[in-house]
Design a protein around this ligand. Structure first.
Ligand code: B4P
Length: 185
């Protein structure tokens, strides 16, 4: 069975952790916009330097750039896919709706990973990436509330949203994800 799904949730909820595990298990193309943007930074291109300046402040990178990165990869893929960290605002979600309509590949599931702020901050401080300082993390949480949280209603209205309580261990959260997908994972 082909799976086309995405993970939504605040920074540190475990989107990347669960997406990696699930994409390996179901043999899906895993597109993490965060990872793809960090690869641009590592390449030290002009683009990478611009991206680094934005990410280090906890802001969102431009919609046009992220859309180009995702669009190009989805157009050349014929199997299932899993999006992690994209879309992050309504304009990205609307662009994704158009892209998927053009490709004839409707989105089947949106898994919303939910976790309280204090656990998120603790997890991210332990992760310790360069954009994981407490000040930047708190700003990213605010950006999430302002720009990304409206997507919850967007996808609930389309009948594809499932909430995943994400405070348990990686294995417990993985079981909840599996259950949400109807035991197909
Ligand atoms: P991302 O790379 O997407 O990362 P994240 O939201 O911070 O973390 P995630 O939820 O994936 O948590 P993880 O599994 O790592 O974003 C970084 C930045 O990229 C953004 O701020 C933005 O600037 C830019 N960006 C990305 N996409 C964009 C877009 N579409 N548009 C514009 N800008 C974009 O887990 C966190 C930690 O918790 C890890 O250490 C993990 O080991 C641990 N953990 C996970 N699950 C756990 C569990 N169940 N129990 C205990 N620990 C757990």
């Amino acid at each position: 069975m082909t799976h086309r799904l995405l993970f939504l949730g605040p920074p540190g909820a475990g989107k990347g952790t669960q997406a990696q595990r699930l994409s390996e298990q179901l043999q899906l193309l895993h597109l993490s916009t965060g990872d793809l943007l960090r690869a641009e930074i590592r390449a030290s291109s002009d683009l990478g330097r611009q991206v680094e300046a934005v990410m280090s402040k906890g802001e969102l990178v431009s919609d046009a750039l992220v859309l180009a990165i995702v669009g190009e990869r989805l157009k050349t893929n014929d199997g299932g896919w899993l999006l992690d960290g994209f879309p992050r605002n309504l304009s990205q979600a609307e662009a994704l709706d158009c892209l998927l309509k053009d490709l004839g590949q409707p989105l089947q599931h949106v898994l919303l990973m939910e976790l309280d702020d204090e656990t998120l901050v603790t997890r991210l401080l332990n992760r310790g990436r360069t954009d994981d300082t407490e000040e930047v993390i708190r700003h990213r949480l605010q950006v999430y509330r302002d720009q990304t949280a409206p997507l919850i209603q967007h996808y609930a209205d389309r009948g594809v949203l499932t909430r995943i309580p994400s405070q348990g261990s990686v294995e417990e959260v993985a079981s909840a994800v599996e259950e949400a997908l109807g035991g197909t994972a």
